[in-house]
Design a protein around this ligand. Structure first.
Ligand code: NIG
Ligand code: FE
Length: 411
């Protein structure tokens, strides 16, 4: 089956030689072809180029996309979309003056979600989660990482991870699962964090590995949650099972978690609202992708990841949603890209790079996703008729995406 898109106003993120990511000044460059064609064969990109050089092709299907822009689908490398219920009461509590920390200390926050998750059936959890996944796919997300971490018991963590597995089996987009058992210390271990870490490492981790339920291992390395020592210990243990590290780090305080991530060759370090010079320095030349989550900063009114400082220092940066019931009840990557431009002073080119190829790196899939490149998966989207790609972040809050293709098929 071949599909030919003709008269594309502008085809974005085209690559002749595939690269794994872009960093520093390179992020300002977004390769594009104006007045382009794109040829899809089955699930892959077969050819693309300028309409002037269009070869004679007998495609099974031809689509005229005059006036519309085509770009690779967004890669959302950080989400918690498998969760039970919502937390809008905490949202109201915050409006009325309580802080995220105060709510957590009263048994709200992650522990509130864990209680709901422990009570829900696997079937119902799947149903709630699939709706969110379908919603974000329609908004242009064509690859997604999903974390556990609202279970906090062996049974409930496995329930979450099995739901992620079922989502993988049900949908065509790449999904990567992350084991985040060390997301918060549950109430029954309140005075015994070490006991909970032992439970995560000695009982949860082996079971998760045995059932092959997670590619990545993650921990919330933060004051009041888990220390750098806990992080070192968990990442070390995860690696024995072949799980690649990712960390929630520097969200509220900088305590050395970035250094731990780099030491363990974490694929990404995520949040980074609080960045010290030494954190930027250690990331330079490392294999670890820094990931900013601007919707979280927006929703919690906390600082934004200092993108300008980081990119100007030569670092790469990826952008993701953090879709979760507490700090970011939104999975809209278009909003992430817009907020990165508006609040983090990233250019549209930088933001699009961060949300496609660099997101793909942070998911370990940049050899197959994140750009328009011959042989890569045909995961792309067609915009409505818009004047330029800068219009996508400019018209924040509007949906510019008309249709989304996953593995060459329109969803
Ligand atoms: O990435 N920071 C840690 N975890 C989530 C939020 C958890 C929650 O409030 O439910 C995050 O922001
Ligand atoms: Fe998160």
């Amino acid at each position: 089956m071949t599909t030919l898109l003709l008269n594309i106003k502008e085809l974005l993120q085209t690559e002749d030689a595939p690269k794994m990511m872009v960093s520093g000044a390179e992020m300002k460059k977004l390769p594009t072809i104006k007045n382009a064609y794109l040829l899809i064969e089955d699930s892959e990109i077969r050819d693309f180029g300028s309409m002037e050089n269009l070869p004679k092709i007998n495609a099974d299907e031809t689509i005229d996309v005059s006036g519309k822009i085509v770009l690779p689908t967004w890669v959302d490398s950080h989400t918690h979309i498998v969760y039970a219920g919502n937390r809008e009461q905490e949202f109201v509590d915050r409006i009325n003056g309580l802080s995220y920390e105060e709510i957590a200390n009263r048994g709200g926050g992650i522990l509130n979600s864990a209680k709901k998750l422990q009570e829900i059936s696997e079937e119902e959890l799947f149903e709630q989660s699939r709706k969110r996944l379908e919603e974000v796919m329609a908004l242009g997300t064509g690859a997604v990482e999903i974390k556990s971490g609202y279970g906090l018991t062996l049974e409930a963590e496995l329930k979450m991870l099995r739901v992620i597995k079922r989502l993988k089996e049900t949908y065509d987009l790449p999904i990567k699962a992350t084991f985040l058992g060390a997301h918060a210390v549950p109430a029954n271990y309140k005075e015994n964090k070490e006991g909970y870490m032992n439970y995560v490492i000695d009982e949860m981790l082996p079971k998760v590995a045995e059932e092959n339920l997670a590619e990545f291992v993650d921990i919330f390395c933060e004051t009041g949650y888990f220390s750098v020592e806990d992080t070192d210990r968990l990442l070390e243990a995860g690696k024995k099972y072949g799980m690649i590290p990712k960390i929630h780090v520097n969200q509220f305080t900088a305590i050395g978690g970035v250094q731990s991530g780099v030491k363990h060759e974490a694929l990404s370090v995520d949040h980074l609202e609080e960045m010290r010079e030494e954190d930027i320095k250690i990331l330079k030349g490392s294999k670890t992708m820094p990931v900013g989550l601007p919707s979280c900063s927006y929703f919690l009114s906390i600082p934004y990841t200092p993108a300008r400082k980081m990119i100007d220092a030569g670092l790469p940066l990826a952008l993701a949603t953090d879709y979760n019931p507490g700090s970011t009840p939104s999975g809209n990557m278009n909003f992430v890209v817009a907020t990165a431009c508006i609040k983090m002073k990233m250019t549209p080119e930088e933001a699009i790079n961060a949300a496609t190829i660099n997101g793909a790196y942070a998911m370990g899939i940049s050899d197959t996703h994140g750009s328009i490149c011959i042989g890569k998966k045909a995961n792309f989207m067609i915009t409505k008729e818009i004047p330029s790609y800068g219009f996508i972040p400019y018209s924040f809050g509007s949906n510019c995406i008309e249709s989304v293709f996953i593995n060459g098929k329109k969803i």
